[in-house]
Design a protein around this ligand. Sequence first.
Ligand code: PLP
Length: 445
Amino acid sequence: MAASWSDSKAIDIPTHWHNLTADLPVKPPPDLHPKTHKPVKPEDLSPLFPDELVKQEASTDRFINIRDEVLDVYRLWRPTPLIRAKRLEKLLDTPARIYCKYEGVSPAGSHKPNTSVPQVWYNAQEGVKNIVTETGAGQWGSALAFACSLFVRASYDQKPYRKLMMQTWGAKVHPSPSTVTEAGRRILQEDPSSPGNLGIAISEAVAVAATNADTKYGLGSVLNHVLLHQTVIGEQCIKKMEALGESPDVIIGCTGGGSNFGGLCFPFIREKLNGKIHPLIQAVEPSACPWLTKGIYAYDFGDTAGMTPLMKMHTLGHDFIPDPIHAGGLRYHGMAPLISHVYELGFMEAISIPQTECFEGALKFFRSEGLIPAPEPTHAIAAAIREALHCKETGEAKVIPMAMCGHGHFDLPAYDNYLQGNLVDLSYSQDKIKASLAKIPVVVS
Ligand SMILES: *Cc1c(COP(=O)(O)O)cnc(C)c1O
C-alpha cells in the first residue's frame, strides 16, 4: 500500500523520546573534563546548558516524556510524511520498496527543529535570556532562531537566505571567526582570511555562553540529548511502517554529527535488539569527511580551541578542516559519541560516497519524486539507489526506509554547480588526517 502525505496524519505524534543508552548491553564511555580528564559532572555542564538538558544528556531512562508545550509546537509540522518513492523505484526498475522519511516539512526545512524546540523551551523555563550557537550551512541557526521566536531570543552565521531567515525570526548573526571572542580574534590574527569551520564556531559560541550568566549554548547535533529529541522521527516511522504492514530490511541515513541518523535509526535498533526486526542499519558519510570509515575511535575535543569536554568518538582530529563540499552540514570533525559507540558494538555499518554520485542520485530522486533534497540527505538517497539497484540484480524486494532530513531550496547553487559540470569529487587527504590526528589529546585517566 502506498503512503501519501495525507494519510501520514493518521498516526499521532509520539509522546516520548527514546534513549538508546538504556537498551545497550555495554554503556558508552563517559565524557571527560577537558583539563582534569575525569568524567564530567553535571555542574561542569551547567554554565552551558539548562539543568533538564544536562540531566537528559546523562540519562539512562529508556523513555523520556515530551512536555505538552513542546508537543504543541511539534504539531505545527508533525507527523511528518513517510513517502513511498514509487516513481523512483520505477525509474530504477527495481523490485525494492523505497520509503523516504521526510523532515523537510518543518518550518526551518530540516529535522533540526525537533531538538531546537525542546532545547529552547527548557532554557526558557529556567530563565535563560539568550542562546548562542554556531551554524555551518545555516540549518541549525534557522531551526534555533525559529524555536527562539516562540519562546525567547537568540544567536550566529553565514549563507545569505538562511541568514535572512534567522534574522526574520529575531536572531543576531555573526560570521565566525569573529572579533567577538578571544578564540575568534586569535584565529583571525593567524589567518585574517580564515574561512572558519564548525569547530572554531563552537569554541566561540561556548566562550560567549560561559562568560554570560543569562546566556546558554545550544548544539544542533552530536550530543546525547540532541539525538534523543530526534527519535520522534524513528518512533513515528516504526508506527507508520507497522500500519503499512512493512518490515524494514535496510535503514539508511546520512551522518554529519549523527542526529538525523540516530533519530531515525535508534528506535529501530531497539526493536532489532529486542529481536523483533533484523534490518541492516547503514550510515552514509561523505568521502571527503569519512569519520566512521577512516577516522579513529578516541577521546577528542568537540571544538577547535579545546574548550568542550573530551568525548570518545570517531574523529578526524579537532583541528581537521574538511574540503568545502556542498553538504555543509556534514563537515564536522567528529561523529556523535553515542553513534560511535553503537558502531563499535557492531549494531550498524557505515559507508562513504563521493559527492558527484550523491548529486546524480539526487537528480534521479527529484526528477521522479519532485522533492529537492538538501545536499546532506543526497548521501542517503545515493546509498538507497545503490541498494535498490543491487535488488534489481538479485530480484529481492527489500524494504528500504531512508532519512530525507531536509529540503534543498537554499542549496540550488550547489545543483547549478553540478549541472554546469563544476562539481568534482574531493577525496580526503590521508596526510591531512594524519597531521590532525597527531594533535588529539593524550588522555590520562
Ligand atoms: C544539520 C543537518 C545535517 C547534519 O547533521 P546530523 O546531526 O548528522 O543530522 C544533515 N542534513 C540536514 C538537512 C541538516 O540540516
